[in-house]
Design a protein around this ligand. Structure first.
Ligand code: IPM
Ligand code: MG
Length: 365
């Protein structure tokens, strides 16, 4: 099994190193090969997603990805910016189904910005469509405005669009995921205003008829944003488009106490997947050894489960993470009084140590 390891920029290199350490400790006979991506690749090769990196990614069974981006690249032409690397990987590999779980660990309830009773036990799964919508819709660009409020003025435009098959396949992913959980899907749209999302709502409703055992409801995106902070535990699976999913998943992440805890998976039709933490490259704390590696370590667990067919190893990692949290170790983003603050490497080491403990417990029966 081949894994492309793409650490990227900022804290990406630090957190991915810890996830690799955890994978190594499992002795699974994985072939891991690293390559540059994002700003790091731009510096070395003049492009955020060099041919060699894309080739490695395409050939791998799974991609372990850190993060890309740094403010210093904000003035580059758009095709050269680090973000284009992740967008290019999504597009080129057809990674249309993005899983973003938001789970509030009991030990971290106090780190949430919401009251305990709102988030304790929270376990929601956001399924975001990842290769369509206004992110990739054409035409897009800048021009002299031919009409509108200021004809003749400079304007920019993007295109929101979804085809029926694109909506159908992500709807199936959501209903199937719901069957492994609480069997409830909330489809988030803006059908009251947008044609794109009227089609979205119609198609999700149709697909839903094939899943009579799963309850489906529909919610406008503005209301969904409100409900996420008002009563987040009412959700089970949320399925939505690329743009709304980007926004809602950050909001949901924060409910859990720290975005530093949340893994994600982006899958294509062949179950090849890209696994990355839900957070970004955090250039402000890069190189300080304080970033939380747990989201990346948990992404490696998702990788073992979804793309590498190693569910037992995935379970081991997840329970090791829980053990480490129970033992009171915290990186600064999840620190609260009475816990012990540690850095990135110590946190990774602790997971490896907990893993050794769990493996021993398991082998003893
Ligand atoms: C995410 C990020 C990306 C996105 C950026 C880095 C292109 O915010 O994965 O949520 O907008 O999808
Ligand atoms: Mg985002």
């Amino acid at each position: 099994m081949k894994i492309a390891v793409l650490p990227g920029d900022g804290i990406g290199t630090e957190i991915v190193a810890e996830a690799v350490k955890v994978l190594d400790a499992l002795d699974l006979d994985l072939e891991m090969e690293s390559a540059l991506v994002g700003g790091a690749a731009y510096e070395a090769h003049g492009h955020p997603l060099p041919e060699a990196t894309l080739k490695l990614a395409k050939e791998a069974d799974a991609i372990l990805f850190g993060a890309v981006g740094d403010w210093k690249y904000d003035s580059l032409d758009r095709p050269l910016r680090p973000e284009q690397a992740i967008l290019g990987l999504r597009k080129n590999l057809g990674l249309f189904a993005n899983f973003r779980p938001a789970i509030c660990y009991e030990q971290l309830v106090e780190a949430s910005s919401l009251k305990r009773e709102l988030v304790a036990g929270l376990d929601i799964l956001i399924i975001r469509e990842l290769t369509g919508d206004i992110y990739f819709g054409t035409p897009r660009g800048r021009r002299v405005s031919p009409d509108g409020h200021f004809p003749g003025a400079e304007e920019a435009f993007d295109t929101m669009r979804y085809s029926r098959p694109e909506i159908e396949r992500i709807a199936h992913v959501a209903f199937q995921a719901a069957r492994k959980r609480d069997r409830r899907v909330t489809s988030v749209d803006k059908a009251n205003v947008l044609e794109t999302f009227q089609l979205w709502k119609d198609v999700v409703t149709e697909v839903g008829k094939q899943y009579p055992d799963v309850a489906l409801d529909h919610m406008y995106v503005d209301n969904a944003a409100m409900q996420l902070v008002k009563a987040p535990k009412k959700f089970d699976v949320i399925v939505t488009g690329n743009m709304f999913g980007d926004i809602l998943s950050d909001a949901a992440a924060m409910l859990t106490g720290s975005i530093g805890m949340l893994p994600s998976a982006s899958l294509n039709a062949r179950n090849q997947g890209l696994y990355e933490p839900s957070h970004g490259s955090a250039p402000d704390i890069a190189g300080k050894g304080i970033a939380n590696p747990l989201a990346t370590i948990l992404s490696a667990a998702m990788m073992l489960r979804f793309s590498l067919n190693q569910p037992d190893a995935a379970d081991l990692i997840e329970s090791a993470v829980k053990d480490v949290l129970a033992s009171g170790l915290r990186t600064s983003d999840i620190y609260s009084q009475g816990t012990t603050q540690v850095g990135t490497i110590e946190m990774g080491d602790a997971v490896v140590a907990a893993l050794a403990g769990t493996t021993k417990k398991t082998s003893k029966g």
